[in-house]
Design a binder for this molecule. Structure first.
Ligand SMILES: [Ca+2]
Ligand SMILES: [Ca+2]
Ligand SMILES: [Ca+2]
Ligand SMILES: [Ca+2]
Length: 335
C-alpha cells in the first residue's frame, strides 16, 4: 500500500504545472491553472436560464407517490447539434392547490450556454403525475421522441420534426396506466426498430392509500415499500408502423412480484442481442436474458445479481451498466 501511495504522489509531483512539484488543492485563485488538472463543476443553473422546480404535489397526507420522482433527459429534439433538456414534474394530489399545478418542462439549448423554455410551443407540458422518461427515435424518422412513465397513464410524444410534438399514446397503444417508474428503448428482436420496456413499481393508488406514522402523536409518515404489492412491468414490441404490441406475457417478462424503479439494457452475454436488467425495490432484481427467439429467461439469482451478498433483496432504485474491469464485458452496478 505504501508503495502505491508513493507511486501516486510521485506521479503528481512530475506534473510541470505544479510549482515545486508539490501536490496541493486547487483554489479559486488558481482555478484557471488547475482546471486542466482538476476539472471543476460549477452550478450554472440560474445563469443558464433554468428555473424549473420540482414538486411532489402533496399537502401533508404523505401519499407514497410523493417519495418518488422525477426523471429527466438530455435530448437534441431540434437536431441542431446541441443537447436540450426535458424535466419531469409531479402533479397536484388531494389537498394541493390546483392553481399551482406543476407541469413538465422542455428547455431548448440556445447554443451559448443558455436555455429557453419551449414547453408550450413544443406541446410537451404534460400535467400527469410524472415519474420518469425515456427518449429515442422509435419511428426512425430522424427525430427523437419522448416517452413518459407516470403515476397513471403513460404518454408517448412523437416529435413532428418542426419543433412540436404530438401525443400519440392512443394510436401507439403504449398508455399503460399503472405506476410507471422508468422505461428503456431497445431493439430486442434486431429488426431495426426500438421496442419499449416499461418498469412499474407498486399497486399504490390514492384510493388504497394507507396512513402511516403515529396517529396518537399527530405524526404522519410516508409508508414503506413493503406496504404495497408489486405490479408487473410491461414490454411492448414495435410493429414498425407507429404502433406497438404488448408482448409482456408472450416474451416471458411478466412477473407481478417486482417493485421496479430502474432499468438498463445491454448485451450482457455477448451473443448479439439485448438483455434487460431491472432494479427492484426490496424484491429480487430481474435479469432477463434474451433467448434470441422473442422470449427471455429470468436469471437474476443464477447470475448472482438478484440479491445482495446476504441473500436479501436490496432497495434497488437506479441501475447502470458498464465494463468496470476493462475486460470488454459489461458489469452491473445497482444501488
Ligand atoms: Ca438541440
Ligand atoms: Ca421519431
Ligand atoms: Ca425491434
Ligand atoms: Ca444477449
Amino acid at each position: 500500500m505504501l508503495f502505491l501511495i508513493i507511486v501516486f504522489l510521485a506521479s503528481f509531483s512530475s506534473f510541470p504545472h505544479l510549482p515545486g512539484g508539490k501536490l496541493h488543492m486547487a483554489t479559486h485563485a488558481e482555478g484557471k491553472l488547475n482546471n486542466k488538472l482538476f476539472p471543476q463543476l460549477v452550478d450554472v443553473t440560474a445563469e443558464a436560464g433554468i428555473n424549473f422546480k420540482h414538486t411532489h404535489g402533496g399537502a401533508g397526507e404523505r401519499y407514497y407517490v410523493e417519495t418518488m420522482g422525477s426523471g429527466c433527459a438530455f435530448l437534441d429534439y431540434d437536431n441542431d447539434g446541441d443537447l436540450d433538456i426535458y424535466l419531469v414534474n409531479g402533479a397536484p394530489l388531494p389537498g394541493y392547490p390546483v392553481a399551482k399545478a406543476p407541469k413538465n418542462v422542455l428547455y431548448q439549448n440556445q447554443g451559448e450556454g443558455t436555455f429557453r423554455d419551449v414547453t408550450i410551443p413544443a406541446g410537451v407540458g404534460d400535467a400527469s403525475y410524472g415519474i420518469g422518461c425515456a427518449v429515442a427515435d422509435y419511428d426512425n424518422d430522424g427525430f427523437v421522441d419522448i416517452y413518459l412513465t407516470n403515476f397513471g397513464p403513460n404518454v408517448l410524444f412523437h416529435n413532428n420534426g418542426d419543433g412540436t410534438f404530438s401525443d400519440v399514446t392512443g394510436t401507439a397503444k403504449v398508455g399503460d396506466d399503472k405506476w410507471g417508474a422508468s422505461a428503456a428503448f431497445l431493439d430486442y428482436d434486431n429488426d431495426g426498430d426500438l421496442d419499449l420496456y416499461v418498469v412499474n413499481y407498486v399497486n399504490f393508488t390514492i384510493a388504497n392509500h394507507i396512513k402511516c406514522g403515529q396517529g396518537s402523536r399527530g405524526i404522519r409518515t410516508h409508508s414503506h415499500p413493503d406496504v404495497y404489492d408489486g405490479v408487473a412491468d410491461v414490454f411492448y414490441r414495435n410493429n414498425g408502423d407507429g404502433t406497438f404490441t404488448d408482448v409482456t406475457e408472450k416474451s416471458g417478462i411478466y412477473n407481478p412480484s417486482g417493485k421496479g424503479l430502474g432499468v438498463v439494457c445491454g448485451d450482457i452475454d455477448n451473443d448479439g442481442d439485448q438483455d434487460i436488467y431491472v432494479a427492484n425495490d426490496k424484491t429480487p432484481n430481474f435479469l432477463f436474458r434474451n433467448n434470441s427467439d422473442g422470449t427471455f429467461s429470468e436469471m437474476g439469482l443464477l447470475a448472482g445479481v438478484g440479491y445482495n451478498e446476504d441473500g436479501v433483496g436490496e432497495a434497488g432504485m437506479g441501475v447502470d451498466l458498464g465494463d468496470y474491469a476493462w475486460r470488454w464485458l459489461p458489469g452491473y452496478f445497482c444501488y
